[in-house]
Design a protein around this ligand. Structure first.
Ligand code: HL5
Ligand code: SIN
Ligand code: MN
Length: 270
């Protein structure tokens, strides 16, 4: 898959790009099964909703489940990331934010690069986030809301709260924008929340301001986010680097598969 010049310009202008139904239902069914399986694996990569035994987020599923390991090299996912960034990219972070039905919590307004600069001393915002809907996303189940163009004016905030909401990762709560900062940005730029069927994809900038509301609907909103980083833009490993499930260590350049990820899995199984 090759992005057109118009799509590239739209990404540079708005900070995100939406593709409806990029993956099909068969592929999504397979990824949901893999996610269910991965939720059963105990460990620090599993972050629960407060006071519930349901997942809020699961990290690095591509290290444990072959479906996700193949997916991150699927040409439909990897090629646009390489086109927007550079030929040599690797997976910096992989997470699935599950936002369960009947109360999956919000994700506060933030910019991803603030987290990675503070926590990992990542030199530059040379990343692309690929967000893949594992469920249909509508106005009811807590879609991600973006402030278009907010990636073009740098970091709004460059520090974190002293109190950490989670011991396992940096929760957006810890780096959230103030109401005033958000109001100003939203007044100038508006807000957009891409919605669509499971299998849809949003590419978004590490600097775009985004967040999402709680999910009070009876439908889950599982969102997979693979973050690719430029291989020439490694975080600092000095001191106490964050664990491998949050910041992946394997920075070898990824090459796209020759065909969709299910074909690759079929070939492995055969
Ligand atoms: N949870 C991520 C991390 O790296 C940071 C957030 O959406 C990305 C802000 O710990
Ligand atoms: C995130 O920014 O990682 C969380 C967004 C969401 O899952 O709604
Ligand atoms: Mn984020």
């Amino acid at each position: 898959m090759q992005l057109t010049q118009t799509q590239i310009e739209e990404y540079r202008e708005n900070g995100f790009l939406f593709f409806e139904s990029l993956l099909d239902q068969r592929e999504i069914t397979c990824l949901r099964k893999a996610f269910q399986r991965d939720c059963e694996v105990p460990g620090p990569q599993l972050i629960l909703e407060e006071g519930r035994d349901e997942a809020r987020a699961v990290y690095a599923s591509h290290h444990r489940q072959p479906e996700f390991a193949a997916l991150v090299r699927d040409p439909r996912i990897l090629a646009p990331a390489r086109q927007l960034l550079t030929d040599d990219v690797y997976v910096y972070q992989f997470k699935i934010n599950a936002k369960p039905a009947f109360g999956g919590e919000k994700w506060s307004w933030h910019q991803d690069y603030a987290a990675w600069r503070i926590a990992d001393r990542l030199p530059a915002p040379r990343q692309i986030n690929v967000g893949l809907f594992l469920d249909d996303v509508d106005e009811f189940n807590g879609p991600v809301i973006y402030i278009p163009g907010s990636h073009r004016t740098g970091l709004v905030r460059d520090d974190r709260d002293a109190s950490a909401r989670s011991a396992q990762h940096l929760d957006p709560d810890d780096i959230s924008l103030t109401p005033q900062q958000l109001a100003e940005l939203a007044q100038h730029n508006g807000m957009v929340s891409p919605k669509g069927p499971a299998g849809s994809v949003v590419l978004f900038s590490p600097e775009i301001v985004h967040g999402s509301a709680p999910n009070m609907s009876p439908f889950p909103r599982r969102l997979l986010i693979a973050t690719y980083n430029d291989c020439a833009n490694l975080p600092s490993w000095e001191g106490e680097p964050r664990p491998e499930h949050v910041v992946c260590r394997d920075a070898d350049p990824l090459r796209p598969l020759g065909s969709p990820f299910l074909d690759e899995l079929g070939a492995v199984a055969a």
